[in-house]
Structure formats: C-alpha cells, structure tokens
Ligand binder design. Structure first.
Ligand code: 5CA
Length: 439
C-alpha cells in the first residue's frame, strides 16, 4: 500500500476524551472513529488489525475442532423467553420492535440461538461432540461504555458453543477450549492468565477468565507470584489427555477479584500479587441450563433422551485490539507484534523527489511484496521528521528508511520498532533481514 493513496487520518493532537493509552493511540493512529457512545467505525488501519486478530482466533478454533457458522445479530425474543433470560437480562439488552410489532433484540450473546440450531438438527449422541462458533458483532447497552473499543456497546466477539452427552465429555470440550485460548493469545504476543471466575448472566458452575495484565485494566486479579515466571506457551497436542495440562494451570493460584476470599486464600501474603488486568476471554460450563428448558436432547447409547451438556467460550476480538496496544506501546506510539501488525514493514522514502531515493524505495517495495510481505510505502510529500514520527506512531514492526545521505554510499537504514535498534545495510541485506523475521 502506498501511503499517498491510502486513507490514514492521523491526529496531531492528543484527543482529550481518551483516558488510556490504547484509546488515545487508536484515535491518533486513525484506526477508529466514534459514532456514538461505545459504538465505533473501524477505519482502514484498525480494520486490518481487527481482521488479523479475527483470523488468528479462527485458525486456532478450527485447530481445536470447532466449526465456524454465522448467526444473525438480531434475534427473536421468543428464544430468550424459552430460556427464561428475556426478563433476567435487564437493561443491557437492546430491545427492538419490528413493523409487525414483534419483539426482537440485538444479541448480547448467542446461547439460545445456537441451542435452537442444535435442537432442530441433532437427535443422536453419535453427532457429538459438536462445537459451533461464530465471529459476530454483539450489542450490550453498558451503563458506562469507556476506554474506546475496550468496553464498547457494540463489539466483535468470537463465541463458541460445545454440545456433549454428559458432564465428563463436556469437561473434555472445555479443556480443549482452555488450551486453545492459551495458544491463541500466545500467537498474538500476549500472556493471558486463566483465572477462576464468576459466571454472571451466562450462568453455570465452572468458568475461567483469561486476563492480560495491564495497569489500566478493569478487572482486579489475585495470583501467586510464580505466575509471572510461568511459561504459558504450550506445545500441547489436542490428542493428548488435556486434563493434566489444565490442572497444572489451575493449581497455580489465580482468581478474578469477585472470587478472591482473603480469609481463605491459600497463598501466603508475601507470595500474593494483586494487580489489574484486561479480560480478553471467558469460558463457561453450564451443563443443561439452556438445553433442558429449550428441549435440546439427544438419544444416548441406551436409547434414552437426555438434555445435552453445554459450554460457551468467548473471546473479545475487538477488545483485543486495545488490549494488545495496552501491553505493547511506548511514548512514541504503538508497537505491533508482527502477527497482528497492519503492515509488516514500512519503506520510508525521505525524499520522493530524489531520483536515487525513489528508485531504491520502489525497488524495495516491489521486492518485499513479491516475497510475500505486506509493505507500506511512505511516499508522502512530508518532512522527514513527520514521516518517521507517524510510522513510529502506527507501530509497523520494521522500517526501511531510504534517504539521500545513505544513497550516496549505497545503504538504507533498517530499524526495529520494538528494540529501536537501527543498522545501515545494502538494500538487498535490508530485504533479507526483514524477510527473515517472518510472522
Ligand atoms: N456467551 C459467553 C461466552 S461465548 C459470553 O458472552 N461471555 S462474556 O460475557 O464473558 O464475553 C466474552 C468476551 O467478550 C469477554 O471476555 C470480553 O473479552 C468481551 N467483551 C464483553 N463485553 C464487552 C464489551 N462491552 N466491550 C468489548 N468487549 C467485551
């Protein structure tokens, strides 16, 4: 992409409505624009990152055996009356009436909708286990939408729903999602700690939140200090027995604040850390809570019909954009982990009206694209300082800076955004260096 032809509305001033770094940086980097409270348009740079995160989530869900579907955003109230949640959900649910005076709602989550799909088509335990997911917009009329897309009213969620014959089988499905979440967040360069959590309006009796540590996080968390030294990147295979893996993580003490009981905490106070974090995922096991009232039953091996055991598994796809920025930025801007970066490398042509600079920059840009990278070419007619500052701001992992001084001796400067290290190299070596760090 050539910046001169792109749509990247950068802001010079720090927006005063933004209280935390990720919100400030997303506005300054031209990633989002507020439409109304808690509702945002995603501009090109933001949309690219959102799609990259969504794609990692999709790949890891598929690897774990979940199957992608797409359910609607607007749901009929009848389904929620069947489960009993239509009245319980309260003011957070956006209720809509259509022209025929039918009560509809903009889905805050999809347990009822997916249970309806299941009961329509599945009759036998032989179709189990089954896990269906989608990546779809949700609406929750939050009392206090804030921090940009972190706590929005409209937000993008991946929600998966597992169906099993009994509680033991459901535990296996839960464990698969648990492990897939560790893999998913690790691919985004995040350390997400699984914590025992309250089940809230989703219900059920087992639940874990996945929390990334950040000072500006909305969740209070308590954990054993050993968590900070735990390698969460698991090379676990889904064919292994996952229970020991999950047990290993859950035996290290970690609790979301509503589950922390200071009087019965097993961790000595010297070892107990109390920090803040961002909830990027939440998984639930709730057995027959929806399947029993909605009649989602299957015939078991003995021919008897029983309600299926279900779990649901959410990831805040749009929240992750902000969460990654909270975890990875400096005073000059965003520092994208390569796997979610909107572009892999920026070629900054400091002097587009200089023949040598332009032909070198064009050549590099073409070769990077041909080698499979996604390069951004800064060919704008701007001061060199302004160009470098805006490329730092938008956080592209590598910068290749082409300027007249370097051209005189046949070199370009290659800078790593994260480490700040810069080296002068021939254009060919610059290309190899950037391509060697493939995502
Ligand atoms: N049905 C279950 C699991 S699929 C569910 O809805 N779980 S949830 O309520 O915990 O939401 C799942 C994830 O969505 C959360 O972990 C969080 O990352 C994200 N999320 C929830 N509310 C918001 C919000 N207002 N803005 C942005 N992301 C949100």
């Amino acid at each position: 992409m050539r910046l001169s032809q792109y749509f990247l509305p950068l802001l010079k001033e720090t927006p005063k409505e933004a209280q935390i770094a990720s919100h400030r940086l997303m506005l300054r980097a031209g990633m989002i624009q507020q439409s109304s409270a808690g509702i945002y348009s995603w501009l090109p740079l933001g949309k690219k990152v959102l799609d990259k995160i969504g794609q990692i989530v999709r790949e890891e869900q598929n690897r774990a055996g979940a199957i992608e579907i797409m359910m609607p955003t607007i749901q009929p109230s009848e389904l929620w009356q069947e489960s009993g949640r239509y009245d319980d959900y309260g003011a957070e649910m956006l209720r809509i009436r259509d022209r025929h005076e039918r009560d509809m709602l903009y889905g805050p989550t999809n347990e009822e909708q997916v249970t309806d799909i299941f009961r329509t088509h599945v009759r036998s335990y032989k179709a189990l286990p089954l896990n269906l997911y989608h990546i779809q917009w949700k609406f929750r009329d939050e009392v206090r939408p804030r921090f940009g897309i972190m706590r929005g009213r409209e937000f993008l969620m991946k929600d998966a729903y597992s169906f099993d014959l009994n509680a033991d089988a459901a535990r296996t499905s839960y464990n698969r999602m648990f492990v897939s979440y560790l893999k998913t967040f690790a691919r985004m360069g995040l350390t997400a700690i699984p914590m025992e959590a309250d089940t809230g309006p989703i219900g059920g009796d087992m639940s874990h939140e996945f929390i990334i540590l950040a000072e500006t996080g909305e969740s209070g968390v308590y954990f054993h200090k050993d968590w900070l030294n735990t390698d969460l990147v698991t090379s676990v295979d889904y064919n292994e027995d996952l229970q020991p893996v999950v047990d290993r993580f859950t035996s290290l003490y970690a609790r979301a604040d509503e589950m922390h009981d200071p009087d019965n905490c097993p961790v000595a106070s010297d070892d107990l850390m109390s920090l803040r974090g961002i909830e990027v995922g939440h998984i639930f096991y709730f057995g027959e809570k929806y399947s029993a009232p909605m009649g989602a039953t299957v015939a078991g091996p003995d021919g008897a019909n029983t309600p299926v055991h279900m779990g649901s598994y959410g990831i805040g796809v749009s929240r992750l954009v902000g969460g990654i920025i909270e975890a990875s930025h400096d005073d000059r801007g965003i520092i994208w982990p390569r796997a979610v970066a909107p572009f892999d490398v920026a070629v900054v042509n400091l002097k587009p009206d200089d023949e040598a600079c332009s032909s070198c920059a064009e050549d590099l840009y073409g070769k990077l694209a041909a080698a499979g990278a996604d390069p951004l070419m800064d060919d704008r007619d701007e001061r060199p300082g302004a160009k470098l500052a805006s490329i730092d701001l938008i956080g592209i992992p590598w910068q290749i800076v082409v300027g007249p001084r370097g051209m005189a001796s046949g070199v370009v400067e290659v800078k790593n955004r994260r480490t700040g290290e810069a080296v002068e190299l021939s254009p060919e070596s610059a290309l190899s260096m950037v391509m060697a760090d493939a995502a």
